[in-house]
Write a protein that binds this ligand. Structure first.
Ligand code: ADE
Length: 242
């Protein structure tokens, strides 16, 4: 997978050298390049923003540097890459979105700052490639960088080969529509708190049942909307799929 990021803070993405994604980059599974938007300006101040037409507070990112930067990455014709524009006005980012991004060969992230990027940039590239506006959540960040970091981490770990043991991806929060069950390791007693005895029983069936109950209970308590209309069997079996 190839990932290009356009930002006014390319060094923000230096941390992608660390951890699992760092390894994936070293092994060539994922190639990440962060581009400085200011390299595509032509004035002395390397200006990337200007006042909004129609008035109002804040600044808007100028279309010209974006056009030059994105053309340098995808060429000046149609492209098979997916352009992702992080925006609080976008579709919500979910585990399903992460899976979709993980299936792409080439992702281009456009990190806006200030009041966002001139709308014509999205409108123009939408005629040449697929474009998705994606929101990390219902709150406003100072720019797209933190959102892109989260998207790259969530999608990158789903790229085959990035996480050593793919089984560890299966029993995670959101993979089956529920929150994950609580986990414990040694010692069996810590500060007077016991590990739930069923986990020491060695009985795989009962462990699976207990974990499922915990998932359902946690989800009902913290995120009831995830359960929706789906009937969940509290005895621990996943509802039958039609
Ligand atoms: N940029 C600013 N806020 C954002 C959000 N919530 N999601 C994605 N990008 C953003």
């Amino acid at each position: 997978m190839r990932i290009d990021i356009v930002t006014i803070f390319p060094s923000f993405f230096d941390v992608l050298d660390l951890s699992l994604l760092g390894k994936a980059r070293q092994s060539g599974l994922i190639e990440v390049v962060a581009h400085d938007l200011r390299d595509f300006t032509h004035d002395r101040h390397r200006t990337v923003d200007d006042t909004p037409y129609g008035g109002g507070a804040g600044m808007v990112m100028k279309p010209e540097p974006w056009g030059e930067a994105l053309d340098a990455i995808v060429g000046d014709g149609d492209s098979d890459a997916l352009l992702v524009v992080p925006s609080p006005a976008g579709e919500p980012f979910t585990q399903a979105t992460a899976r979709e991004l993980a299936g792409e060969e080439h992702l281009v992230f456009a990190c806006g700052r200030y009041e966002g990027i001139d709308q014509r940039v999205v409108d123009h590239y939408a005629t040449r490639m697929r474009v998705r506006l994606i929101s990390l959540g219902d709150y406003v960040l100072n720019g797209g960088e933190v959102a892109v970091m989260a998207m790259i981490e969530a999608a990158g770990r789903l790229v085959p080969g990035v996480v050593g043991n793919p089984e560890s991806l299966v029993e995670e929060s959101h993979e089956d529509g529920l929150l994950e069950y609580p986990s414990y390791t040694k010692p069996a007693v810590w500060r007077g708190l016991d590990v739930p005895p069923v986990l020491l029983s060695g009985h795989h069936g009962r462990v699976a049942e207990w974990r499922r109950e915990q998932q359902v209970e946690r989800t009902r308590r913290v995120r009831p909307e995830l359960l929706g209309e789906t009937p969940v069997d509290p005895a621990g079996r996943a509802p039958a799929e039609d």
